[in-house]
Ligand binder design. Structure first.
Ligand code: GTP
Ligand code: ZN
Length: 223
């Protein structure tokens, strides 16, 4: 089972890119269960808090190592466990819809792998169907899955793009992410106003007119 999961994880969408966009993982990444990971991280985080001089006998602090460990494994980083990868059910494009579909304002809640601080913002995804269409919510679910790993925004963008290209069997997919990195706004340079936009695409989106059409769709307001 564990070997199978590792294989699955490593084979994620190698179809269209020679660059390796996989999240760097240790070989033993799937040996321990999530509950074992929570137990171990709890001990390590207790040591960090004690090193900072905090008194863990205080009843407000005593549960924090467990809370943080559970939050890492089960709330912030569940996308490291391939068992949580959504099934991207696709359907035959019987109706022959052939123009652009845009799923916009998909919430991004991710974490920066350099500082383990939040990345928050939105993803906008577009594709031009061939023979297959995909359930709309599966796009949001895929974004959510890859966001819940320690990330850099460029790789997050590519991981979403590659899986959608594979599921839809077309290169004509575009993924745009605009987000704020707390590691830029709340520490270091402490720039509160800047945000980061990444844009990756293939197929028909190489045509500037297709990308303009996409940007026009983003400007539509429905409420
Ligand atoms: N390319 C890219 N860089 C990121 C992302 N998230 C954070 N970073 C950057 O990663 C870099 C890490 O740089 P270092 O110099 O090793 O770390 P640092 O001393 O904490 O850097 P400062 O943030 O400049 O204080 C910083 O410039 C971050 O802004 C991301 O998603 N993509
Ligand atoms: Zn960071």
């Amino acid at each position: 089972m564990k070997e199978k999961l590792t294989e699955e994880f490593e084979s994620i969408g190698n179809m269209h890119y020679s660059a390796n966009t996989n999240t760097p993982l240790r070989e033993d990444a799937f040996v321990k269960t999530d509950d074992e990971k929570v137990q171990n991280i709890q001990k390590h985080f207790k040591a960090i808090m004690e090193e900072l001089g905090l008194d863990l006998t205080d009843d407000s602090l005593s549960g924090t190592p467990y809370r943080v460990a559970k939050m890492y494994v089960k709330e912030l980083f569940y996308g490291l466990n391939p068992e949580h990868k959504p099934k991207l059910s696709s359907f035959e494009n019987k109706y022959g819809y052939g123009k652009m579909l845009v799923e916009s304002n998909i919430s991004i809640d991710s974490s920066c792998e350099h500082h383990f601080l939040p990345i928050t913002g939105f993803a906008h995804v577009a594709y031009i169907p061939g023979e297959r269409v995909i359930g709309l919510s599966k796009i949001n679910r895929l974004v959510d899955y890859y966001a819940h790993r320690p990330q850099v925004q460029e790789r997050l963008c590519l991981q979403i793009l590659k899986d959608l290209q594979e599921a839809l069997n077309t290169e004509s997919v575009l993924v745009m992410i605009s987000s704020k990195h707390l590691c830029v706004s709340s520490r270091g340079i402490k720039d509160k106003s800047s945000y980061t936009t990444t844009l990756e695409y293939g197929g028909e989106f190489n045509d500037i007119n297709r990308r303009k059409e996409f940007f026009n769709c983003l400007n539509q307001k429905i409420d």
